[in-house]
Ligand binder design. Sequence first.
Ligand SMILES: C[S@@+](CC[C@H](N)C(=O)[O-])C[C@H]1O[C@@H](n2cnc3c(N)ncnc32)[C@H](O)[C@@H]1O
Length: 261
Amino acid sequence: MSEFSGPDDYQKHFDPKAYLTAFFTMTVNAKENEFLQFVLKHLAQIFNSGQVKGETLIDIGTGPTIHQLLSACEAFENIIASDFTDKNREEFEAWLTNQPGAFDWSPVVKHVCQLEGDRISWTEKEAHLRKAIKQVLKCDVLKSNPMDPVVLPQADCVLSSECLEGACKDLGAYDTALKNISTLLKPGGHMVLVSPLECPYYMVGDIKFSSLFVTEASIRESLSRAGFVIEKLEKAKTSENFWEGASELSNYLVLVARKNA
Ligand SMILES: C[S@@+](CC[C@H](N)C(=O)[O-])C[C@H]1O[C@@H](n2cnc3c(N)ncnc32)[C@H](O)[C@@H]1O
């Protein structure tokens, strides 16, 4: 594989099971889950705040994961998931349709229920999310209409977790991709981003995937150029050697930005 992992590399080499096992197996050791817990905590705050809500949320680059949607389904009755690769969409659909062999998300779901004050059981939470997900679409953030050939009505919220850094070769491509996905959002709507910072790569099984080296400042500038105002930004740092070679990720952020009306 070349230095930059492009769409074909994702399609051929991204193994959803290996990704899930490496990054989403929630063990009892809290330290191992630092990054995941940080993301879940802030997404729970964002989507339970009453500030970020509406009818429809589009998740861009969903991958095989559901963690980013567990609180979102409290604020949006319709969720559209999307990803570039067939295997990721199949893995996501395996959970959606409760197929045998689908990844066991129950520890993560239970954790989110706790964060939200145990209002409902984890099985009710899973059912709630499954009901909210209306479509799983092919998407390419590098296209001016990322859902092409499907044309979606503009949504109240666009969420994207750890996708743009993987999909974009340089900061120019990042700017373009951000503008592409923002066409899916209504004026005045919210963009929620989860992003690794200053991270050159991550491992999925034995395969190294490139990650664009973005900083808080570069993301702020890209959002401003794309017509967004940041309303909330939370940043954290993992402990040294946290990933044990699986990634050089050390800083990361979760943010909410509003598209200018
Ligand atoms: C690191 S994974 C993130 C998955 C999930 N959102 C998460 O938070 O764990 C990156 C995802 O971006 C997707 N991706 C890569 N290039 C893409 C592109 N050009 N358009 C849309 N998705 C893309 C990959 O298929 C993969 O699912």
